[in-house]
Design a protein around this ligand. Structure first.
Ligand SMILES: [Zn+2]
Ligand SMILES: [Zn+2]
Length: 381
């Protein structure tokens, strides 16, 4: 079967022939992959900034944002049947008996760093025709969500962030009324973050580079967030306009910009970092102001990486909520669908748009051609 394979030692990426996997234990499930989303992590892997093959191999299959269809379930799997849709967990726990986080099932908080991640670190990914995965690592998704379920995995980032925010906010023993959130960046992580925050009751602003009108601003405003361009409105002006910022959800990956905005976090505010910066030069920074605010305003700064079971459960639930509440805006996040052979432009970040998706197999493509065209037009900058 075909797969998009990365060869780190040779610094090569290409279509490879790999062996079709088969069910080997009773709790395994064989999946036909339908769609695999592409993100900045894939781009960094294909620039060979990171990415590790399974032990003893010189290559690994790319792709971690998956949507698959059950082909066959092992005899120990009672609740999945052929045709069911599932999204796979990306990270699997480390083997260390002393890693309390992994042993408790919270592998997204792994303390040894020896976790494995599909399509990223030590495990093959999902940009291939068939995958075998243990039932434990699969999250069933309703059939009606076929068009958007590939967004479940990127949505888990915001879901994990919201879980963390709610836990931190246990310290607020009063009703403060509607809270105010600013999302930095309007890529898929930022826009899905805006949806989660609006849905959770936050008055939400998306602060991102491009002036309106643009497709990302349309999605943000389509879900009831307000869009502010950083090219037109300075950080000071934005902060003035918004008021006491209770939550900043960073999804831009630009450290200088991110820390400039941190200066404007409000009283009792929480700042969530989700971006992973690369190759940024050191910058001068007003540490006094930040430290002063952190203490005198009871602020919390927290980073979140991928996601555990609860965040996946919440993402599966909320993608269904968003599909009913904002069908157009949710669908408009997916701006391009490419066959596996055309992986190059989306994976290398040359395809533009918001979220690009690799479609695996011809059957799926034929069903969805009209929607693809509409989405492509909407995403044209
Ligand atoms: Zn991703
Ligand atoms: Zn661990």
């Amino acid at each position: 079967m075909k797969a998009v394979a990365v060869y780190p030692a040779r610094q090569a990426v290409g279509i490879a022939d790999v062996a079709e996997p088969h069910i080997a234990t009773p709790t395994e499930v064989k999946l036909r992959m339908l769609e695999v989303g592409v993100c900045g992590t894939d781009k960094d892997i294909c620039a060979f900034a990171y990415g590790t093959p399974p032990p003893g191999q010189d290559r690994f299959v790319l792709g971690h944002e998956s949507l698959g269809e059950v082909v066959e379930a092992g005899p120990g799997v009672a609740d999945l049947r052929a045709g069911d849709l599932v999204v796979s967990t990306v990270r699997l726990p480390c083997p260390d008996a002393n890693c309390a986080a992994c042993r408790a099932g919270h592998y997204d908080f792994c303390m040894t760093g020896n976790y494995r991640e599909h399509g990223i670190k030590g495990l093959d990914g999902f940009m291939t025709e068939f995958v075998v995965e243990d039932r434990h690592n699969l999250h069933p998704v309703a059939r009606e969500l076929r068009e958007v379920a590939v967004l479940v995995e990127p949505l888990t980032i915001a879901e994990k962030a919201l879980i963390e925010v709610r836990e931190i906010q246990q310290r607020l023993h009063w009703d403060g009324g509607q809270q105010l959130a600013v999302v930095l960046g309007s890529g898929p992580v930022g826009l899905l973050g805006a949806m989660v925050l609006v849905n959770a009751g936050f008055e939400t602003y998306v602060y991102s580079r491009s002036p309106k009108p643009n497709a990302k601003a349309d999605v943000a405003e389509g879900v009831g967030a307000r869009y502010i361009s950083s090219e037109e409105t300075s950080i000071d002006q934005m902060a003035e306009q918004v008021g006491n910022i209770d939550l900043i959800y960073e999804a831009a990956g630009a450290p200088q910009f991110a820390f400039e905005v941190l200066k404007h976090l409000g009283s009792n505010g929480i700042y969530v970092f989700t971006g992973v910066p690369r190759d940024q030069a050191p910058v001068e920074f007003d540490t006094e102001r930040i430290m002063y605010n952190l203490v005198l305003k009871n602020q919390v700064v927290v980073g979140v990486v991928n996601a555990g079971r609860q965040a996946f459960d919440n993402a599966v639930r909320d993608i269904g909520v968003f599909a009913v509440r904002w069908p157009q805006a949710l669908g408009a996040i997916i701006t391009g669908r490419y066959p596996m052979e055309a992986f190059h432009d989306p994976v290398m970040g040359k395809a533009g748009g918001i979220k690009n998706v690799i479609e695996i197999g011809v059957r799926g493509r034929a069903q969805r051609a009209p929607r693809d065209e509409a989405a492509a037009v909407a995403g044209r900058p």
